[in-house]
Design a binder for this molecule. Sequence first.
Ligand SMILES: C[S@@+](CC[C@H](N)C(=O)[O-])C[C@H]1O[C@@H](n2cnc3c(N)ncnc32)[C@H](O)[C@@H]1O
Length: 225
Amino acid sequence: VTLHLVLAESALELVPQEIRNTPAVRSDSRRRGTDPSEIILDRSLHHSSMPRLSHGERRGRPDLVHEAVLSATGTPLFMNGKLKVYVHTNQNLVLQIEEKTRIPKSYNRFRGLAEQLLTERPKSGLVKVYDADITKLVKKVIGADRVVGMSTQGAPTDLGELSKELTATRRPCVLVGGFPRGHFDPAVLRMTDRLVRISPMPLEAHVVVARVVYEVEKATNRIND
Ligand SMILES: C[S@@+](CC[C@H](N)C(=O)[O-])C[C@H]1O[C@@H](n2cnc3c(N)ncnc32)[C@H](O)[C@@H]1O
């Protein structure tokens, strides 16, 4: 069984039109010699330009997406081709990472790759990019028969037990929020069969990803074989 892991509503996008002409974006663009339309929105650089964006508090965190992707792709499950990773963005684009693809460890190189992918939107290759909202991704692309959303608002759940249930299905799908604060959009919640909380504490997405993947590895008995 392959686990389909979706980083949902991720804070990964190119600098939106309405702030491309602001001082923080322009100076970043000059420094890097890159057009503002081809730069990833990054709060650590563009903070002063972001108050005018709607839902700005949930946007511009490519670092968080990078960490979560590395947490997934560094695991035996991924390296064994039993984990498929999808970054669904707040702009309803999907970056689909093929099995065994190596994602850059350096943030600068990851940012460069993300900029290239979002600008060129390749239809094939190690990371494909296409338009899909969460419903299309989960129902059509993945064809999931079991969808579990991870949320601090979910029901307290033992991850080991949940992973056994997940691995008993054909195409299990787990959704983890790829945003820094707030909760899933109602459209995402409607897609889930279950919403679960795996700790009373709010955790970083990369920690949740690492735990889910590890428990699924244990449930499929692929730890040391
Ligand atoms: C940084 S959190 C997002 C915002 C928020 N702090 C929260 O409490 O959900 C990133 C994602 O990690 C997952 N997550 C965080 N803490 C969790 C928990 N205790 N149980 C289950 N999922 C959790 C959720 O999918 C969440 O969208």
